[in-house]
Ligand binder design. Structure first.
Ligand code: SAH
Length: 341
C-alpha cells in the first residue's frame, strides 16, 4: 500500500528519503513542494530528478480532498465546505471572517464517539480518525479555493481532537513548521469535551495554543446527562487538569458554555459557574445553543443575557459568542448529516 506523504513531518520525510537510497536533503525539497507550493502531483516537482519522482510515485500518494459542497453566507461571508475524503467519507470546515483575520474551523475525526446530547456530529457515531494530511488539507484547500489567508485555526469541527491525539500533535507540528503554513500555535485553539488524561499529556508539549474546554454544565448530575464523558472524568477532575495545564503552559483557558434554555441557563447555574471557575485564569464563551433538528434544545435571549450579566457581576471574564453563518447551518456536523442521510 502506498504511504501518505503529506502526513510526515520534515524529519520523518528526510528519513524516508534515506530509506529510498537518496540524500537526506531531498526530503527538504520534497517537503517544500508539498507544504509551501502545495503541488498535487509528483510530476510537478521540477527540481527533483525524474528517477526520484518515479520512486516517490511508486511508494507514496499525495492525499487530496474534494469540495463536494460549498455554502456561502449572505450575511457575513462565512463559507462552509463539505469535503469528500479519498475513501468517500465526508467532513466539514468553516471559514469565518473576523476583524483580526480569517479563522478556519476544522474537523479532526469522521463522526464522533463522545455522545454529547446537543451535538450533531455525534448522532451517527464514529467512523474513523483523520490523518494529519486530512487536517492539513482542510487548511490548504480552504486557502486555495477562497484565495484568502487563514490566520487562525480552531479545532472545533467534527470530532474530539484529544481522542485523535497523536495525529493532532503531528498536524500541529507540520502546521507550525517554518517551511509550510508556518502558523504560530498562538493562533490555534483546540477544543475538548474533557479527556482528562490527554489534557495532562498535552500540557507536557507546552504548545502556545489556547485550550478550550466544553463545560456546558456546573453539576456532575447535569453534565453527565448531556455529556456522557463526564461519567468517566467528572468536573472536579477536569478542573484539576485545567489548573495543571495553566501552571505548565502559562496559558489562560477558555471555557465553552452552550446556553440551553431550561437545561443550564438558570441563575443557580450562573452562580455555580462563578464558584467553579473562581481563581482559574480563564475566559468564558457563552454560545447560544445551535438548534439541530434531532433535538429540541434552544436558547432564550433574555435568560442568556441575564446569565452573562450574573457572570460579569461575579467577576468572570465572559463574552457571548457572535453567531456567524446562521443562514448556512454553520454549526458543526449539520451539513455532513444532511448529506449522508
Ligand atoms: N469535541 C470537541 C470539539 C468539537 S465541538 C469538544 O467537545 O469541544 C466544538 C464546540 O461546539 C464544543 O464546545 C461543543 O460542545 C459545541 N457544540 C456542539 N454542538 C453544539 C450546538 N448544537 N450548539 C452550541 N454548541 C455546540
Amino acid at each position: 500500500m502506498k504511504k501518505d506523504i503529506l502526513s510526515y513531518d520534515l524529519e520523518e520525510l528526510c528519513n524516508e528519503m534515506e530509506l529510498l537510497g537518496e540524500k537526506k536533503f531531498r526530503g527538504k525539497q520534497v517537503y517544500e513542494w508539498l507544504h509551501t507550493k502545495r503541488v498535487h502531483y509528483f510530476s510537478n516537482m521540477s527540481n527533483i530528478s525524474s528517477s526520484l519522482r518515479t520512486k516517490l510515485d511508486d511508494e507514496y500518494y499525495i492525499n487530496s480532498l474534494k469540495i463536494v459542497r460549498k455554502l456561502e453566507s449572505s450575511l457575513d461571508n462565512t463559507v462552509k465546505y463539505l469535503y469528500e475524503l479519498i475513501d468517500g467519507n465526508h467532513i466539514e470546515s468553516v471559514l469565518m471572517e473576523y476583524k483580526h483575520g480569517n479563522s478556519l474551523c476544522i474537523s479532526t475525526q469522521v463522526g464522533c464517539k463522545m455522545g454529547c446530547q446537543f451535538c450533531a456530529s455525534t448522532i451517527a457515531g464514529f467512523k474513523r480518525h483523520l490523518t494529519p494530511s486530512e487536517m492539513l488539507l482542510q487548511v490548504y484547500e480552504a486557502e486555495r479555493d477562497s484565495g484568502k489567508h487563514v490566520d487562525s485555526i480552531v479545532l472545533m469541527g467534527i470530532g474530539e481532537p484529544l481522542d485523535n491525539f497523536d495525529n493532532v500533535v503531528k498536524f500541529l507540528r507540520i502546521l507550525s513548521f517554518e517551511t509550510g503554513k508556518n502558523l504560530s500555535l498562538r493562533h490555534v485553539s483546540l477544543s475538548t469535551c474533557g479527556l482528562v488524561d490527554k489534557i495532562y499529556e498535552l500540557a507536557e508539549y507546552r504548545f502556545g495554543l489556547t485550550l478550550s474546554i466544553s463545560l456546558h454544565a456546573v453539576t456532575d448530575e447535569k453534565r453527565s446527562e448531556i455529556m456522557p464523558v463526564n461519567k468517566k472524568y467528572n468536573i472536579a477532575a477536569l478542573l484539576q487538569a485545567c489548573r495543571d495545564y495553566i501552571d505548565k503552559t502559562g496559558r489562560r483557558i477558555s471555557f465553552e458554555y452552550a446556553v440551553i434554555h431550561g437545561v443550564n441557563d438558570t441563575q443557580a447555574d450562573a452562580d455555580g459557574l462563578i464558584r467553579l471557575l473562581k481563581g482559574i485564569n480563564c475566559h468564558v464563551n457563552l454560545i447560544p445553543v445551535n438548534e439541530i433538528k434531532e433535538r429540541d434544545y434552544r436558547s432564550d435571549k433574555n435568560a442568556l443575557h441575564a446569565f452573562a450579566a450574573t457572570l460579569e457581576k461575579g467577576g468572570l471574564n465572559a463574552t457571548i459568542r457572535r453567531t456567524l453563518g446562521a443562514d448556512i447551518d454553520a454549526a458543526c456536523g449539520q451539513l455532513r448529516r444532511e448529506y449522508e442521510v
